[in-house]
Design a protein around this ligand. Structure first.
Ligand code: ADP
Ligand code: GLC
Length: 485
């Protein structure tokens, strides 16, 4: 089969979150199973350094029409990497900018045009270069591909047999724009209805993708159920329930070439379940990086690496922050995002410089150092479609404390002291006190060195590589293609 991936992020080219990790790894795994895989990405400013020498154009000038003007895009051939063909959509006036989506967590005002153009460009490029059996599109930024395919391009004979599958990595990000977007992107007004694109008088990219795709997936089984409820559906629960028969959860895998403490190039030392000595060195290195050298060996170090978004649960953390630092703990935090959380963490560190240290920003190497050097990894998310850091933590022997939601619930098994089973700690209610109680429980187990080591090893023994999820995706592609036929 030939599968075309379309997404707004992909490691190593452009990343703001887990979407990039998934799009950086899954295509390669699908290719390993013997399929042809192509990935399309926008040519952002930060992608340019990856192009060696002069850009090589697979197509020079493709016309993308808008209501009152045309744009002319190129398709840059990014070559094959690990068996996967990369193409970059070149439209400097829309993509040659410092950020992917907007300055400091904000949105560029022309994002509807940027990602509308991206979707149409992928279809036009596929017509010129090769029409796949399946388009696999990710999140709202690529969600207009199914909409174009089944409306504006519905009569195009080359796409008659082409199936399309949408993966929802996060239902809260929908791409909502004014109604006029319908005609700006040259869609017929008859799709701007409640059962299609319209959602509370907004043109909703993700909703369109949900309505017009042949199959839908999301990134854990639990989240596939959750998004069909009003608590997690972000007002799309109705349309998701309508498509329930076509929606399944496939848990993300991990790229262990990048996230494994026995080979990770970002670490001060390597370690394995058989020899944990290197983890001590990583811990010292982490404490040094955060200026917390005075922390004693017996003090557990809590790590956080995250986008600072409401989703991630830092409002409940902020309410127990003072209680927490009365315990014997150290906290190292890396992240950036909404000012309210950046300020909370800054202030917390300012008030407790001997225990809490925070780095505001995006830092790939430091994120690996925290995974390796911390004893405990904290993810108190309000909701979490999959979550990758808790799965990375398992491999690094860094015990996760998570809220039992979405992929966090699917991947972490509660520690059972009697049976010596389990991989971490889970709390249920979205409640500061429940979080603190769970942290206390973890801190108590930490004092028992033998139990803690067992817990670490249980986690390190877990395997979440991409082999199995890739096979599930291939089955889903085959199913989508069958339905189309
Ligand atoms: P989400 O996609 O919702 O942000 P995930 O847990 O799926 O959550 O993935 C987050 C990814 O982004 C992980 O690879 C994590 O290490 C990375 N990440 C998040 N914030 C930062 C940061 N400030 N610096 C470096 N990496 C980060
Ligand atoms: C989203 C979700 C996260 C998931 C990631 C990759 O960003 O917030 O939970 O792991 O996508 O699928």
């Amino acid at each position: 089969m030939h599968i075309v991936f379309a997404a707004s992020e992909c490691v190593p080219f452009a990343k703001t979150g887990g979407l990039a990790d998934v799009v950086g790894a899954l295509p390669r795994e699908v290719a390993k199973l013997g399929h042809d895989v192509t990935v399309y990405l926008p040519l952002y400013a930060r992608v340019r350094p990856f192009l060696e020498g002069e850009p090589k154009y697979a197509a020079r000038s493709i016309t993308i029409p808008f209501r009152y003007y045309n744009r002319f895009i190129g398709i840059v051939d990014g070559g094959k990497r690990d068996g996967v063909q990369f193409y970059f959509v070149d439209c400097p006036e829309l993509f040659d900018r410092p950020e992917l989506y907007g300055p400091a967590g904000g949105e560029y005002s022309d994002n509807a045009e940027r990602f509308g153009l991206f979707c149409r460009a992928v279809l036009e490029a596929a017509k010129l270069l090769e029409v796949p059996e399946v388009f696999h599109v990710h999140d709202w930024q690529a969600a207009l591909i199914p909409v174009y395919l089944r409306t504006v391009y519905a009569a195009d004979p080359v796409f008659h047999g082409t199936a399309v599958m949408l993966t929802i990595h996060n239902a809260a990000y929908q791409g909502k724009f004014p109604p006029q977007t319908t005609e700006q992107l040259l869609f017929p007004w008859d799709i701007f209805t409640m059962d299609r694109m319209e959602q509370y008088d907004r043109f909703n990219f993700l909703k369109g993708g949900i309505v017009f795709s042949d199959m839908l997936t999301t990134v854990s089984r639990r989240y596939a159920e959750e998004i069909q409820t009003s608590e997690f559906g972000e007002q799309l629960e109705g349309v998701l329930r309508n498509r329930s028969a076509d929606l399944c959860g496939i848990l993300n895998g991990v790229d262990y070439a990048r996230w494994d403490p026995s080979v990770d190039k970002n670490l001060a030392a390597h370690y394995t379940p058989g020899n944990l000595a290197g983890k001590k060195t990583c811990r010292a290195d982490l404490l040094h990086a955060f200026g917390l050298e005075s922390i004693e060996d017996a003090t557990p170090v809590i790590g956080i690496v995250s986008r600072f978004a409401t989703q991630k649960g830092f409002d409940i953390l902020s309410r127990i922050a003072d209680d927490l630092v009365r315990r014997d703990v150290a906290v190292t935090v890396l992240g950036s995002g909404e000012p309210i959380y950046e300020n909370f963490f800054r202030e917390w560190a300012f008030r407790h410089p001997d225990k809490v240290a925070v780095r505001i920003g995006y830092d790939e190497a430091l994120s690996h150092k925290i995974e390796a050097g911390a004893d405990v990894f904290l993810m108190p998310s309000r909701y979490e479609p999959c979550g990758l850091n808790q799965i990375y933590s398992l491999k690094y022997g860094t015990v996760p404390i998570v809220r039992a939601t979405g992929g966090l619930d699917d991947t972490i098994e509660e520690w059972d002291a009697g049976k010596q089973t389990g991989t971490g700690f889970k709390f249920y209610g979205y409640d500061p006190q429940a979080l603190l109680t769970e942290i206390d429980q973890a801190l108590k187990v930490f004092e028992d060195k033998a139990a803690w080591e067992r817990l670490m090893r249980n986690g390190m023994a877990q395997n979440y590589d991409w082999a199995e999820p890739a096979r599930e995706y291939v089955k889903a592609y085959e199913e989508a293609a069958r339905r189309r036929a």
